[in-house]
Design a protein around this ligand. Structure first.
Ligand code: SAH
Length: 437
């Protein structure tokens, strides 16, 4: 659930009007709120970065330290722009990155900056809609690789706008088969019977970490029951807004419902019951699913690895969540030799562990809790015992916490945002080790 203060809301509405345009939907507003919260996270992060104890920098070569400090200076300037309501979001339309299987016009060649050329391959993900500056910074740290922005609506029946910074080849990508259902009708055939002609949705919006309350769907039912046939436009508008905001689907006459966790699993490309059982609550299932990769999208990008690693792959999976990366590689048929999966949530670690066992993996899964505890010695030890890592993959938290207020700084937010730097720190260690070996 996203909670904003009245002041934030006024600011966000004004900004949304300017940036996304007067025809914006609630879903776009929701995305934008998340983006603004990212901005706040990034603000807080700067405070942290500038104040980080010396020890934070000890592991870094001088040019990296300089880079971090330069970044600090630049960000201060960008912050001024932000405070002046000057956010701009430069995102490609259509959001298909270097290409998607369903649209014509793939780009098959790009020139990577020298410093980014592997090994190891790396793949970093986060939400696309951030205020200006956030992706520039991510990209600058990740060896100046340009983000590939992709909306998963080109892969499945739900939107998910994400940026991916990676150094994978982009030629000869292929999608996972069977192709997942591409619209709501195909994905949720039982809803077809009840879908009113005045609800034009064919795709769901971004699947979030929270779902609508029973109270809301009851309120909607009551609002609709007052009319025999088609409700008046004002009621349609109200209902459609709630549908878009909460991804409600028609399950009976006048009856809307949030998606079930297994439907979310299916839409995101996970096996049915992936997050079910073993003590996990429904709330936690929605939360973990809402934060996860869309497997078909990520698998499309990772598909180039299959030919390169016929004997299998060693993966360092940071912020693994419910194992979107692991599931994508497995579904592609890339053998998983050694997977080090770092994830703070025990619930999520259990999900990945149980998936690993259920899929009879031949390789080894090592799970660790906190990326911040992953130091150079540990990385080097694992690196040596596996003979290196072929892929470092992960998406750090986007930090859209309830009660956020972009005008205030709280340490917690900074702490979460700065986890991106742990991705960079660990990737850089693996890169250095790979060069040395
Ligand atoms: N890509 C993942 C989800 C990423 S969401 C998937 O496919 O499911 C970010 C994840 O980072 C969350 O699961 C969160 O629990 C985890 N996380 C947060 N802080 C962390 C930390 N300090 N160390 C490791 N993981 C952390």
């Amino acid at each position: 659930m996203i909670i904003v203060s009245i002041c934030d809301l006024r600011y966000l509405c004004l900004s949304l009007f300017k940036i996304v345009g007067p025809d914006s939907t609630i879903a776009e507003l929701t995305d934008f709120i998340c983006a603004a919260q990212m901005a706040k996270a990034s603000d807080a992060l700067m405070g942290e970065l500038e104040e980080k104890p010396k020890q934070f920098f000890n592991d870094y070569p001088n040019h990296k330290k300089r880079r971090m400090l330069d970044y600090g200076k630049k960000q201060r300037f960008e912050k001024k722009l932000l405070n002046g309501d000057d956010e701009q979001i430069r995102l490609p339309i259509p959001m298909i990155g270097y290409g998607v299987p369903t649209e014509p016009g793939c780009i098959t060649h790009r020139t990577l900056p020298e410093a980014a050329i592997g090994p190891p391959y790396f793949y970093y993900e986060n939400v696309a809609l951030t205020p200006k500056g956030v992706w520039d910074t991510i990209s600058r740290f990740l060896y100046d690789v340009e983000p590939e922005f992709v909306d998963s609506k080109y892969f499945c029946a739900a939107a998910r706008k994400r940026g991916y910074v990676h150094n994978l080849p982009i030629e000869n990508r292929y999608p996972l088969l069977p192709l997942p259902p591409h619209n709501i009708n195909e994905a949720l055939p039982l809803t077809k019977k009840w879908w009113p002609s005045w609800d034009p949705r064919t795709k769901l919006n971004c699947l979030q970490t929270c779902v609508a309350s029973a109270k809301l769907t009851e309120r909607i039912r009551k609002a609709l029951e007052d009319y025999d046939g088609t409700p008046p436009l004002s009621v349609q508008k109200y209902v459609l807004e709630e549908c878009r905001k909460w991804n409600l689907v028609w399950v009976g006459r006048n009856k809307l419902a949030p998606l079930e966790p297994d439907e979310v699993e299916m839409l995101l490309g996970f096996p049915r019951n992936h997050t079910r059982g073993g003590g996990i609550s429904r709330t936690d299932r929605y939360k973990s699913l809402g934060n996860s990769f869309q497997v078909d999208t990520v698998a499309y990008h990772l598909s180039v690895l299959k030919e390169m690693f016929p004997g299998g792959i060693n993966v360092l999976s940071l912020f693994s969540g419910i194992g979107g990366a692991e599931v994508a590689l497995h579904r592609l048929g890339v053998p998983l030799k050694n997977v080090v999966s770092v994830e703070i949530s025990e619930v999520n670690r259990n999900i990945v562990r149980s998936w690993w066992e259920q899929t009879n993996q031949k390789g080894r899964l090592i799970d660790l809790a906190d990326v911040q505890q992953l130091d150079a010695d540990r990385v080097e030890h694992m690196f040596n015992s596996f003979g290196g890592f072929d892929l470092v993959i992960g998406g750090s938290p986007c930090n859209n916490l309830a009660g956020s207020n972009r005008h205030s700084r709280d340490g917690l937010e900074g702490k979460h945002s700065s986890l991106f730097y742990d991705f960079f720190r660990i990737l850089n260690m693996v890169k250095d080790l790979t060069t040395r070996h």
